[in-house]
Design a protein around this ligand. Structure first.
Ligand SMILES: [Ca+2]
Ligand SMILES: [Ca+2]
Ligand SMILES: [Ca+2]
Length: 246
């Protein structure tokens, strides 16, 4: 099994304790989807702290009517672990009323009942050589900003690592370093996960490249796209061919 990156923190709720795998090829990670638990054995102390927050998902059905642009698609399931979420397609939409940008990852199967993980990694300045290296299979991608939702269900709420960060803060294991009105949607009818935020909180000019990944709240399982990244030009971007509402 591939190890996790040496600098990446993945928060694992294990036996009631949040731990952080710190890599260096002596991390053992084991996903147990049937129990919604993941066990990680870290051999170094916690190197950083991401705030654990309680999250209330938005009504995903209300987002279905947005003008979605599908930018990546995978025909066959290709994740590392068959029982973890596998991305089938990646789409985005801009809510013209709220200026909220939504990313939507359609899955090859149902969203797990009690846990999931999703990241959207974004090259905001379109400079592929700066930022931090992605830790998944799409290892050539470098990101400037990272959206994270590693969540598990409590009795009446969801909780976990949830937020917006930049490359420097992610390197010091802070996944929610930047202020953002991040929202999560769980669309069980269409087997999809959605992450949204006001687009200016992510990017200044509305033109950026991205990849996404899905998995459990402890392990990344499947990147989309597998290689390269997809360009998004919001209709609000200066010089964009796409006009608002068009
Ligand atoms: Ca896939
Ligand atoms: Ca960049
Ligand atoms: Ca993939």
């Amino acid at each position: 099994m591939r190890d996790l990156s040496s600098w990446m923190q993945r928060l694992v709720r294990s036996l009631g304790i949040w731990r952080c795998p710190v890599g260096r090829r002596h991390i053992a990670g084991l996903a147990l989807p049937t129990t919604a638990m993941a066990i990680s054995i870290a051999t170094a102390p916690l190197a950083g702290q991401t705030t654990i927050v309680k999250v209330e998902p938005v009504d995903a059905a209300a987002l279905a009517a947005l003008d979605w642009s599908r930018v990546a698609e995978e025909v066959e399931p290709d994740g590392r672990f068959a029982r973890l979420p596998d991305a089938r397609s990646l789409s985005w939409a801009l809510d013209p009323e709220s200026d909220r940008l939504w990313f939507r990852i359609d899955l090859a199967g149902p969203v797990p009942a009690d846990w999931f993980g999703v990241n959207v990694a974004v090259d905001t300045d379109l400079d592929p050589d700066n930022g931090a290296s992605w830790w998944g299979s799409n290892a050539g991608f470098r990101f400037d900003r990272l959206l994270t939702a590693y969540l598990s269900r409590g009795t009446t709420y969801w909780q976990g690592a949830f937020g917006l960060s930049d490359a420097e803060a992610v390197a010091r294991f802070d996944l929610s370093a930047l202020d953002a009105e991040l929202a999560i949607g769980i669309d069980r009818e269409h087997d999809a996960l959605l992450l949204g935020l006001p687009w200016r909180q992510l990017d200044s000019d509305g033109r950026f490249r991205l990849i996404a990944t899905v998995g459990s709240n402890a392990l990344d399982n499947d990147d989309i796209p597998n290689l390269g990244s997809v360009l998004v030009e919001l209709p609000v971007a200066s010089g964009s061919a796409k006009t608002p509402g068009g």
